[in-house]
Design a protein around this ligand. Structure first.
Ligand SMILES: Nc1ncnc2c1ncn2[C@@H]1O[C@H](COP(=O)(O)OP(=O)(O)OP(=O)(O)O)[C@@H](O)[C@H]1O
Ligand SMILES: [Mg+2]
Length: 319
């Protein structure tokens, strides 16, 4: 466990992905908070277009232009039109004033004809921030499993389409950043359930076969607490028998059937989740960390939840 910190927080660019709804945004915010707390200048980028980030950060909005949210932690929301404008300005030295309407239309035309064009702008912007060393770490709340590959593989896709010339030379440096496993990493978030684990395993296989990006760690989010210790569980099993229930009824005058059923459900859920957690562990190389984050039952708001997830991540990373 001791080398979790180097492997996760020593990256310059971390893509956080996973099945829809598993906690990508919560974990991205938490990781960013953690990095900022350690004094690292951090950029959190929302690239999934869901617009959930402001509630997690407790702000009205997050835009393309980066803004400091808390000390050392900046946030931005990705948007292809702004990224195109910035690209034209920086790389092509085209002064772009106001809306880039007709150009954006032409771009849309090209982008829908050629795979990887839109994605390259997004990935390119992130790699640019890395290259310029503007931040110690950039955490990307990325698209869900189905789409993230197209972002990670965008430079290869374009490189293979255009083997020489401007496009090639402008994508090779990105590929160098993405392919360097000390610089760039993928953090997959799953929950201990059938589909999220199956999707994560498929995704990890695809990342290996279709991209050059390295898998840094997997976060198992919303892990249910162990209700009982082993002896308590045996005692509980006894209570659940007809005789046990009757004895409880005699002793307390209460029919505890519902109570026991609820506890039984919680125990069963925990047992099944263990099966899925084991499945995830078995699918990973032995040196890939699997980081558990508990289910928090009581967070009042998303930003409070993100703080709790950050504390939990911090504890896991420190042990
Ligand atoms: N550790 C946790 N304990 C309890 N609830 C959690 C935890 N992590 C996330 N949640 C809750 O799970 C839900 C999904 O979380 P989140 O929005 O981070 O997922 P997501 O993967 O970003 O979803 P989407 O695919 O829609 O972007 C939210 O309601 C969030 O409050
Ligand atoms: Mg999200």
């Amino acid at each position: 466990m001791a080398d979790y910190t180097p492997s996760l927080l020593n990256k310059r660019l971390v893509f956080v992905t996973g099945k829809g709804g598993v906690g990508k945004t919560a974990v991205s915010v938490a990781l960013s908070l953690l990095a900022a707390r350690k004094g690292m200048k951090t950029l959190l980028c929302e690239a999934d277009g869901s617009g959930d980030l402001p509630t997690y950060l407790g702000v009205d909005s997050v835009k393309y232009s980066q803004r400091e949210i808390v000390d050392k932690m900046y946030a931005m929301s990705m948007n292809t039109e702004d990224a195109l404008r910035e690209y034209l300005h920086i790389f092509m030295h085209v002064p772009v004033v106001g809306r880039i309407g007709p150009l954006a239309n032409a771009f849309d035309f090209v982008a829908s004809a050629a795979p990887g064009v839109k994605e390259i702008l997004i990935t390119g912007k992130l790699c640019y921030e890395v290259r310029e060393k503007n931040y110690d770490i950039i955490v990307v709340d990325s698209a869900a499993t189905g789409h993230v590959i197209s972002h990670l593989a965008a430079p290869q896709v374009l490189n293979s389409l255009v083997r020489v010339g401007l496009v090639n030379s402008q994508t090779q440096w990105m590929l160098d950043i993405l392919s360097d496993h000390d610089t760039t990493g993928l953090l997959v978030v799953a929950t201990p359930e059938e589909m999220p684990v199956t999707e994560s395993i498929d995704l990890i296989d695809k990342v290996k076969s279709e991209t050059t990006v390295g898998l840094t760690a997997v976060v198992m989010n919303r892990v249910l607490p162990e209700l009982f210790s082993k002896p308590e569980e045996e005692a509980f099993d006894l209570l659940c028998t007809e005789r046990g229930r009757q004895e409880l009824l005699d002793a307390t005058g209460m029919d505890t059937a519902l109570l026991l059923q609820a506890a039984r459900l919680a125990v069963e859920l925990r047992r099944t989740s263990t099966v899925h957690m084991d499945r995830m562990r078995d699918a990973l190389d032995s040196d890939t960390p699997l980081i558990n984050v508990p289910y928090f039952f009581d967070p009042s708001t998303s930003d409070v939840l993100a703080g709790k997830v950050a504390d939990a991540l911090g504890e896991e990373l420190a042990t």
